[in-house]
Structures are given as C-alpha cells and as structure tokens.
Ligand binder design. Sequence first.
Ligand code: MNH
Length: 460
Amino acid sequence: LHRIPRPPYRVPLAGDVIGSSKDTPVQDSMRLARRLGPIFRRNAFGKEFVLVAGADLAADLADEARFAKHVGLGVANLRQLAGDGLFTAYNHEPNWQLAHDVLAPGFSREAMAGYHTMMLAVAERLTGHWDRAAGAGRAVDVPGDMTKLTLETIARTGFGHDFGSFERSRPHPFVTAMIGTLDYAQRLNAVPAPLAPLLLRRAGRRNAADIGRLHRIVDEVVRIRRADGGGEGDLLDRMLDTAHPDSGERLSPENVRRQVITFLIAGHETTSGALSFALHFLSLNPGVADRARAEVDRVWGGSAAPGYEQVAKLRYVRRVLDESLRLWPTAPAYAREARADTVLAGEHPMRRGAWTMVLTPMLHRDPAVWGPDPERFDPDRFDAPAVRSRPPHTYKPFGTGARACIGRQFALHEATLVLGLLLRRYELRPDPGYRLRVTERLTLMPEGLRLRPERRPAPA
Ligand code: MNH
C-alpha cells in the first residue's frame, strides 16, 4: 500500500480533507488522479481506500475470475433503502441470482421492442412541453425535463404506472425523496461512521422520512397492480408472478418492494443525466448536431413516428451518447474486490476481499487510450474502426462483469430515440452565460443546464 501515491497533506484524524468537499467527491478524486496518476489512495477519518484511474489497471480488474463487484461506499449506503435489491445485493445473497434470472428476460430485444411505443408516447409529452417553450421563446430546464421523461418512461413501461410528471410544475415527490436519499448516501461517506448518528442527526431523520415516502409510493404501485389482477407481462408482473425457471422460487413481497424501488431509481436517474449531458454537448458543438440531425432526417424521413428498428439505425446519434457517457459517465464509479489473494496488474498485492474503486471519468480520459486531448468532445471516437482499434475494457459507463448494468439496452434505446426526436424537431441554442457545473449525488448531473429550443421546419 505504501507504494501507492497519496495526497501530500494529511490532517490527523480527518485524513485527506484539504482541497476536497463533501459535495464533490468524484470531481475531487478526478483532480487527485490528475496529480497522482493511475492509482492513488485517499483517506477519510482513518479509512484508507484505493482508487484506480488508469486503463491497464481497470482492464485487469475486469477479470471476473479474480475480481467481483464490491458493495461499498455509496452503494453500501443505499442498502438501508434497497437491501438485497439487484443493485445493492451482495454477491453471495441468493436473491441476486433469483431476481437476475427472473428479470433478465424483461430486457431482451423482444421486450425492448415491446416498450418502444410507450417510450415514444412519453417522448411526445416532452416535445409538447418544448413546443410551448419554443413558441414563447422560453428556455427549458434540461435536467428537470429529462427527469420527468425518464421517470415516466420506466414507470409506464416497467410498472404500468403514470406519475403524471408532465402535469406537475414541481418534481414528483418520488423524485424529491429519491434525491434526498442519494444525497444522504453520498454524505455518509464524508463523516466518520461512528459519529454519523450524531453529526447527521437531522439529515438522518429526513432520510428515514424519505425512505418511508418511497416505500409508500412503491407499495401503492404494487397495490394497484394486485387490484387490477395483473398487467401485460411487464417488469412488475415478472416481479410478482414469475417463478424461477429452474427452482420455481418467487420473489418475496419484501424483495419485490426493494426491486421496485431499485428499478424506479436506477431506471431513470442516470439516463436523465446522460440525456442532459448529451444535449449540453450538442448545443456547444453545432457541427456535431448538424451531422446527427442529417442522419435523423435521412433514416427517419418524414415518418411521423419512428419504429423500433429506425432507432437502432441512428448510428451517429448513438455515438453522441457514447461520447457524452465517456466524458461524464453518470454512474461515475464502480468498486471491485479480490476473490482470493492476488496481485493487481502484476504490481499491487491484494488480499482476498480487498477492494478498489474504478474512477470511470478518469479511465475514460486515459491519454494512453484516448489520445493527447481526451477532453475534446468527438463522437467519431466511437466509429467502428476506432472502437476496433482500442483494447477491451477501456470504456465502462455501465460497469463490468456479471454485475454490470441490466438496463443498458433500455437506456440506450430510450436516449437515442429521444435525442433523435429532439434533433429532428428543434435547433438547440445554448444559454450564452452557461458554464458546465456538475452536481454529484452519487450520480452526476449538469446543474442548472438550460437550453432554448427553436422549432425547425419538418424535413421534406
Ligand atoms: Mn444501470 C447497474 C450505469 C441505466 C438498472 N448501472 C449499473 C452499474 C452501472 C450502471 C455503472 C454497475 C454498478 C456497480 O458495479 O456497482 N445504468 C447505468 C447508466 C445508465 C443506466 C450510466 C444510463 C445511462 N440501469 C439503467 C436502467 C436500468 C438500470 C435504465 C433499469 C431499467 N443498473 C440497473 C440495475 C443494476 C445496474 C438493476 C444492478 C445490476 C446487478 O447488479 O445485477
């Protein structure tokens, strides 16, 4: 451990607090990575942890034979909320495999094609709202609107539930309570564990109230479904009715609640951020936006409603998303633990159970992989020859291995569809005064991003 660099000034008891803020752990770590290199240590109140920012090390950590997901820091802090739900389950908990096997068919190609029409209907609520803003020459609140869109999409496709987000002037209470719990889970990392009950007493009470609110909301979603006697085979039907294909086992009511919370949160917050960053970059790179728009016009032509297949054909729009998630992967870290004593990258001994965090935004900026100017936004980094020429395990916005994101295709289909619709319909004018500020609440979001959509004529 002593060979791994660490920040030079360490405050007794508190640790590496100089130049770091409880509100921006990821961006502080990015700064440290720039100074300290591909692997470094941080210390908080006597707890020492190692972060990885370099591609060679991250590639070695992707070896599933020697490493597995570690439930630590932010993810572990969410266990109060989501217990052994899919995202927060320990590898050894039986409900992980059970829920994974029962829910995975809900993310097959056929399942996605089935969600498409509903995704389109939600996206049209968004364009309705943006049309009114464009007509009045008003700017739109991009993260706020993307969150309305992605929450409605997962709620309706997965759970047959309508949160009415577009009819509300303020965020749905589910969103407010969710942000509260994510924020709290992040803040728990910034205080010494034994003092948390004391230092975060008020915040802890608020967090308990937020969790209670989330439970009541999801219990109501489940109650309505039970009263209806079943939906049309969506995620909630799988959670409630589907037995494991081999064991015949079903999810318990307590576990269903945890899965519903997990999917309602994981299914919208990071996709909302991904769309928001993509719109930010499109507004700043008119050449990229023109090229993406030309592709949409070519592939979709005049068709009023693009079909499922027509979304998959938007290759360049998809690259815009890939590149946005390179620079700002909205789930910005994942942790890996050693399955047995091993040596990381032939250099760093690790005991069984020892763990390290991969700092994805810096992995995605490693000049050895991405060249001398990794900050430059360039979707062509994801054209086929460029992707083929890169080593594996260099791009990880959805994590890695058995515990990688189950909703990846869902997110990419939804986000590509929405970007296509917005590009076809609007010019995206940036707010001249806007400078990117990234807020952290375990996830990343471009704070206060506003754009001025302007209607463009329909393509001939
Ligand atoms: Mn998602 C796991 C990123 C969209 C549901 N997701 C992960 C992980 C990352 C991630 C990273 C792995 C975390 C870890 O190793 O600790 N997810 C994203 C991003 C987007 C995203 C960047 C959008 C963009 N995720 C979605 C959507 C859904 C979803 C949409 C559901 C509809 N994600 C999950 C679940 C897991 C997960 C569930 C946990 C999977 C498992 O452990 O088996």
